[in-house]
Each structure stands twice: as structure tokens, then as C-alpha cells.
Design a protein around this ligand. Structure first.
Ligand code: K7E
Ligand code: CUA
Length: 766
């Protein structure tokens, strides 16, 4: 490849001076012309103005949506609805190297079920960590319904750090819901099953199958769930569904609803009606009320036994210690949502057209007076509906979930069958507004809607069906998130956003400025364990070591080379490659892939990532960087040479490409000197402006200075070889010197452009 170096550089200069400015197809047209051409109304324009975010603009809120069956989390902005990230959680995700590097494989391994790797998750409910009921922006939790697991995502780098497996359940839908100081993360079972791993016939359903509710203890400092300190309530086999933690007035308590309290066991093939009939026969199911605070005290006092290594509170103990109560709730209930003051709890039944509002004051009174209408078959006291209910409101057919507005008493409930959102007043018990959406809505989500101070402003309708909303893409349609403006009295539909990754049951939105993610890791960082990696490697310290029967490659990556570039091992050896990204620059991630191996690493600035494998077959295995990181990205390559056992290298001349002469060397040096002049002019521009007032420019200048330092080292090597008359090596090192100059110039030009576009002013030179 012959690159005209001078041309490349002048092109760069040209871009920096704005010669590359593009023109838009509509640039000559008026607003009216565009509206006409695209068939837009005034209302559309208003909606567009509320969501459109110009280039470089930022969103006010960040949404963390469940990725449904993808087992991931989707991050997008509001109001722009632009997707920013997929976070690998229960499922390997190659771009992030998640499930490909050793470090993240160990996170996924925590989620094994009975020793089996589970490489997906049915994610439903994300939840932020809280301090006094406010989102604190530090952690995100999400459940897997199919295999009862909870994952912890650290929001300082948006990476999954921990997966815990429920020690008792065989599914779990009622999580993740956090208590107001993230003391615990609630997770309720869905489909009743024996707590043991044994076979138990369905005939013994009532006596041996169980539901349950786990309170996972969270250590905020460590950022880890603590299985050893967590406890589980044994509950009747009622298909516990969603949960919500009490707050303010109801702090210390948890609420969990259920369906199929009929305890029907199905059996179409046995001539019985299906589950759907048997599980919806009764007019009411049960809301479970649990006292986690008192339960935690019992655990701390050593009064709760461990079963298979985990604290489990049997129903008999929970009843005796007055930890659990039941209240009837509407037919086939789904959502249970506690209001910000903690004084009311709203439950909706999918087969009832009413939302039921419970009064915590009334419930507490009934508990205090031990006023119960009876007991369930397991002896749990039942509070009569009339002693718990505040009001019932006809909100529409198939109400599911409720979100609270910033305005007191105002709520939004998703109406599945009628495909709409009902805005209503739960204090007065009246409907305020209804908005039809497209199409069947599941959850809905308001800004900071689960906190004690919801922001209102926007609502997202998480729709199950898209049907005809988007261009057809085959029988499997994307899901549709619809953005709704709820700042006025009337709701206004603003935008449709297709989500093609899974069914995101629920999402949570946080004020963007509460998140302070890092832009680079401390150097040599094992991001999954959140500590310095034992395999971190500094520049110049790269090495290959044979120890404990393995070949450890301690390598580095930086624009635009991988060190080492040649790795030689013998057939059958186990190889562990550890790569540290030496970059300090923002967004300079390098990847790493090897032919014939299922691996891609994502090595962000500062990170150390490892890949361990057995070199089974002799052969030649090219490897390379998978991120287009610089102009010489394609050259960021190397060879893994797996030699046959006992291979002896042949004596002789190495077959090489070009041979260089003194003239080649001098030509290269001349280019370098000219390039240096360009760099100097850019430096002069930057330093003659108030660049220190612009942190992104300061970072670029730091990076450029570092690259220039590397250029200087190469220059010295080139000159040393030239002095010895070795023009082959002298020319090659002079070429490397130029490579570093180009990187320096690239950084410098980016900094210069930034200053020009952001109103930097000239300053007196010192
Ligand atoms: Cu309603 Cu899993 Cu919360 Cu689906 S859940 S919608
Ligand atoms: Cu590093 Cu491409």
C-alpha cells in the first residue's frame, strides 16, 4: 500500500478548516415546503419540536429498559428516544466482549443453574438503587423470569458486575423492586414449584409446591447482593406476581400480588380445562403484605434458620411473628404500585375494569386491631376488603400498571384490552383524561416514576404490539415505545420508537445529570471485578511467560499496534492473552479477535481483558483489532503461530518485503520534518487561545502530547540506526515516528476544530 502522506495530511487540514461542510437536500426549501412534501401537520411539528435533539444535543433523562428475551438492558434518551447502549446482562454480547473475555465469563458463570450455562434471560423489571426513596444513580438491578436470577449493573461504567440465582424458586417475576434505601431487592416467585430440586408429583401441589418472596440484601459500598444475608418468605402456591416496596408511611413493608390463588394445576391432556380457565375462576386473588423490617430483625437475632445455606422463613413462623397478611384483590391482578407518600397502593386486575386503591392507614388499623375476616388454607390472616379499600375506579378494560405523576393524587394506568392510557385521580376517584395508543400497552413509565418525588413531564407507553406502525420487517415485529407528553392536562402522543431486541416489559428513567459514568478506567483495570488486574501491563513491559503449565501473554494495545505482534506457542499449550489498553484518550477502544477462536474483546482505555484457550491445532492464526481506531487500524494486527510439537526452525534468510536505502530514509525524514511544521502551527493556534477553559480540548492536548512523546522515542531509534548505517531499520523507525506524528496531528486538529466551533478567544501569549 502506498499512501501519499502529504495528501493525506493536507486533506486532514482541509477538513479542519471546514472545506468538507455538507449541504442538506432541504437547505433551500422553506418549512412549508418540507411540511407539504412530507405530509406533516402543525401538530406533528409541535411534537417534533418537543423531541428533536440537534446534533451534539443531550437528553434530559436516560431510560433503562428491559431487553426482554434478549437478556440485555437497553439505554435510550428522553425526549429524543435515541438508543445509546445495549448492556449485556444475562446474554453474551460480543461488541462489549461480554461473555468472551475471561473477566465477564466469570460474571455469567455466577448465573449457572445446576451447573448449566444459561446464555439468555427473560428480563422484566429494572430498578435503580435508591437513597431515601430517591434514585441515586449508582446501580441498576434487573430480574430474569425464566431462571430466577437478579443481575447488578454498576452505573459508573454501565457494566454487569454480579448475577445471583434464587436458592429456592424455579421462576421469578416479581423483581427487581428496591426498598427506599436499597436495603433489599425484592424478587417474588411466579410459578409455584417445590423449593427443593426433587421430583414432586402435581398431586401434591397444595402441600409441597410453594410460592415465595426473596428479599436480597444489598451492600451499597461493595455494590453487591449478599446471598448470605438475604432471606426468603415461604408463601402459598398462589403465583406471586409483581411487587413494590412500601415507602414513607409504609416504609418497612412490601406488597406482592398474585394470580391463580385457585391453585389450579392444569392438565389439558388429562381432559381438564386449561390453566387460563382454572386460574381465573375466583373473583379475587390475594395481595400479600410482608413486614421485611421485622423479618430482617429476626434474621439478625439468629431466629431464622437456613435451608440449603439460605435464610428461609416458613409460613408458620411468618404467621406466628405477624410478618405476613393477605387482602383480596381484583380478578387476575397484575400491577401493584405504591404511591410516593406510601399511603395508598393501587392494584389492577386484568379481568376487571377497575383499579383498586387500598388505604395503608386502614390496613394498618386492621393489623393493629387483629381484625381479620378469616385465614387462608395455610393459616395466613386475611384482611377484609372493606377494611382495606379506599376506592375502586372504572379506568377501562384490562388495567395493568400504574405510574404516579408529579401532581398529587394524579396517576396514569395502562389499559391493555382498550389500548389506552387512563389519567385519573385516586384521591377523588375520578377519570381525568384518556389517550389511545398503538397498540396493546403493557407497562408505562413516568420520569423518576418509582421514586418518592416523580417528575411527571413524559410518559412512555411500552406497547406489546406494533402491527402497522412501522415498515414491515417480516412476521416478527419490533416492539413500540410511544413517548407521551404529560406536562399539560391533556396527554399528547409525541413519538414512536421501534425496539427490535426483545419485549421490554418495564423501564425506568433517571435524570441524566444524576449519572456520572467514567470515560476511562484506571490503568490496568479489571472492570468486572472492579480492581486492578493481576495481568495489567505497562508500556515496554510486555512479555510472554510460561508458568503453571500455561503460556501467559502480557500485552498492550495502543494506536495502532498490538504488542506482541507475534505470539509463538506449541500445539496443545494453554494460552492466556492479557491485553491492557494504554490509551488515555476518550473513546479509543481497541478490539481483539483471532482466527478460528470464538472471541472478541472490547478493551476500553485503561481496561485489561483476558482470553484463555487451548491452542489445539498447529497452524497460523492472524489476530487483529476489531475497532476502527485510527487511520492505521487495519495494520493493527499480529500472528499467533502454533508450532507442531518439536518443531525446529530452518536456518536461512527470512523472506521479507521491501528493502530500504539511505535515500528512502532521508525521504521519510523530510516528510516528518514537514509534518512537524503542520503540528507546530496547530499547537500555535491552540496555545494562542484559551484552550484550558475547554476540558475536552485539555484532554485532547494531553493525548496529543503523549503521542508526540512516542514520536520522539521512535525518532531517536531511527537516528541511532541511521548512525550505524542500518537504513532498513532506520527507515522503518522513521515511518513509525511519522505514524505517531499523524496521531498527534489528528488530536491537534480535533482540538483546533473544537475551539473554532465553541467560541474560543485569543489570549496573550506568555
Ligand atoms: Cu406487566 Cu413482566 Cu411487569 Cu410484562 S410484566 S407487561
Ligand atoms: Cu485498535 Cu483498530
Amino acid at each position: 500500500m502506498k499512501l501519499n502522506k502529504k495528501r493525506a495530511l493536507s486533506l486532514m487540514m482541509g477538513l479542519a478548516m471546514g472545506f468538507g461542510a455538507s449541504s442538506s437536500a432541504y437547505s433551500q426549501a422553506s418549512l412549508e415546503d418540507v411540511m407539504k412534501a412530507r405530509g406533516l401537520t402543525q401538530k406533528d411539528l409541535l411534537a417534533a419540536a418537543k423531541t428533536y435533539t440537534p446534533t451534539g444535543g443531550r437528553d434530559e433523562y436516560l431510560v433503562f429498559a428491559s431487553g426482554g428475551q434478549s437478556g440485555q438492558v437497553i439505554v435510550y434518551g428522553i425526549p429524543s428516544m435515541r438508543i445509546l447502549k445495549y448492556i449485556g446482562v444475562f446474554t453474551p454480547e460480543p461488541w462489549q466482549g461480554y461473555g468472551f473475555d475471561d473477566e465477564s465469563k466469570s460474571v455469567l458463570a455466577q448465573g449457572r443453574i445446576k451447573g448449566k450455562d444459561i446464555t439468555w434471560g427473560d428480563t422484566h423489571h429494572p430498578a435503580f438503587s435508591e437513597t431515601e426513596g430517591e434514585y441515586n444513580g449508582r446501580y441498576l438491578f434487573i430480574n430474569d423470569k425464566a431462571n430466577p436470577r437478579i443481575a447488578v449493573i454498576d452505573l459508573h461504567d454501565f457494566e454487569t458486575k454480579q448475577i445471583v440465582v434464587n436458592p429456592f424458586f424455579k421462576s421469578a417475576h416479581g423483581g427487581a423492586f428496591v426498598t427506599p434505601n436499597t436495603e433489599y431487592v425484592m424478587d417474588a416467585a411466579q410459578y409455584a414449584a417445590p423449593f427443593s430440586d426433587d421430583f414432586v408429583p402435581l398431586e401434591e401441589f397444595n402441600s409441597q409446591y410453594r410460592g415465595g418472596l426473596t428479599y436480597w440484601k444489598f451492600d451499597d459500598k461493595e455494590g453487591k447482593l449478599k446471598p448470605d444475608e438475604s432471606f426468603t418468605f415461604e408463601l402459598p402456591p398462589y403465583s406471586q406476581d409483581l411487587s413494590d416496596a412500601g415507602k414513607n408511611a409504609s416504609y418497612g413493608w412490601g406488597f406482592t400480588n398474585s394470580f391463580c390463588s385457585e391453585r389450579y394445576v392444569g392438565g389439558i391432556e388429562r381432559g381438564r380445562p386449561p390453566f387460563e380457565a382454572g386460574c381465573s375462576q375466583k373473583d379475587t386473588d390475594f395481595l400479600h403484605i410482608t413486614n421485611w423490617k421485622k423479618a430482617a430483625e429476626l434474621v439478625a437475632a439468629g431466629k431464622v434458620e437456613k435451608v440449603n445455606g439460605s435464610y428461609m422463613i416458613p409460613m408458620t413462623q411468618a404467621i406466628k411473628e405477624e410478618l405476613v397478611y393477605l387482602v383480596p384483590e381484583p380478578k387476575s391482578p397484575h400491577g401493584v404500585d405504591v404511591n410516593p407518600a406510601g399511603t395508598h397502593i393501587i392494584v389492577s386486575g386484568k379481568l376487571d375494569s377497575h383499579a383498586w386503591v387500598y388505604s395503608w392507614e386502614k390496613i394498618q388499623k386492621a393489623i393493629a386491631e387483629k381484625k381479620f375476616e378469616g385465614k387462608d388454607p395455610y393459616g395466613i390472616p386475611i384482611i377484609a376488603l372493606k377494611d382495606a379499600l379506599h376506592t375502586q375506579v372504572a379506568v377501562g378494560l384490562g388495567p395493568l400498571h400504574t405510574q404516579y405523576d408529579a401532581k398529587e393524587c394524579t396517576v396514569f394506568t395502562s389499559i391493555y384490552v382498550d389500548s389506552m392510557v387512563t389519567k385519573w385521580d385516586y384521591c377523588e376517584g375520578k377519570v381525568l383524561d384518556q389517550l389511545h395508543i398503538h397498540y396493546n400497552i403493557g407497562h408505562l413509565m413516568a420520569m423518576e416514576g418509582d421514586s418518592v418525588t416523580p417528575d411527571g413531564k413524559y410518559l412512555v407507553s411500552l406497547n406489546k404490539l406494533a402491527i402497522d406502525r412501522f415498515n414491515p420487517v417480516g412476521p416478527l415485529h419490533p416492539q413500540n415505545h410511544q413517548l407521551i407528553d404529560i406536562s399539560g392536562d391533556k396527554m399528547q402522543l409525541l413519538y414512536d420508537m421501534p425496539l427490535p431486541l426483545g419485549e421490554p416489559h418495564y423501564a425506568v428513567a433517571i435524570k441524566a445529570d444524576k449519572l456520572k459514568p467514567v470515560i476511562r478506567y484506571k490503568s490496568g483495570w479489571d472492570s468486572r471485578a472492579d480492581k486492578r488486574s493481576a495481568y495489567r501491563t505497562r508500556a515496554g513491559r510486555e512479555k510472554v511467560v510460561r508458568e503453571d503449565g500455561m503460556v501467559h501473554v502480557y500485552g498492550t494495545v495502543i494506536r495502532s499496534h498490538i504488542t506482541p505482534e507475534i505470539i509463538e506457542v506449541e500445539e496443545g499449550e494453554t494460552v492466556s492473552i492479557h491485553l491492557t489498553n494504554l490509551e488515555r484518550a476518550q473513546d479509543e477502544t481497541h478490539g481483539f479477535a483471532i482466527y478460528g477462536q470464538s472471541v472478541n474483546l472490547s478493551i476500553e482505555p485503561g481496561k485489561t481483558a483476558s482470553y484463555t484457550f487451548t491452542a489445539e491445532k498447529a497452524g497460523v492464526y492472524p489476530y487483529y483489532c476489531t475497532e476502527f481506531c485510527s487511520a492505521l487500524h487495519l495494520e493493527m494486527q499480529g500472528y499467533l503461530l502454533v508450532k507442531p510439537k518439536g518443531y525446529q526452525a530452518k536456518e536461512g534468510v527470512m523472506e521479507e518485503g521491501e528493502q530500504y536505502t539511505k535515500a528512502d530514509y532521508e525521504k521519510q525524514v523530510k516528510t516528518n520534518i514537514e509534518t512537524q511544521a503542520v503540528i507546530d502551527s496547530v499547537v500555535a493556534f491552540i496555545t494562542s487561545h484559551n484552550f484550558k477553559d475547554f476540558p475536552p480540548v485539555v484532554a485532547l492536548v494531553e493525548d496529543a502530547t503523549e503521542q508526540l512523546g512516542f514520536a520522539d522515542e521512535s525518532k531517536k531509534k531511527a537516528e541511532a540506526f541511521a548512525a550505524k548505517g542500518d537504513y532498513q531499520n532506520a527507515t522503518l523507525w522513521a515511518g513509525q515516528w511519522w505514524q505517531y506524528q499523524v496521531k498527534t496531528a489528528d488530536m491537534g486538529l480535533r482540538a483546533k476544530t473544537y475551539l473554532e466551533q465553541n467560541g474560543a478567544v485569543k489570549v496573550e501569549s506568555k
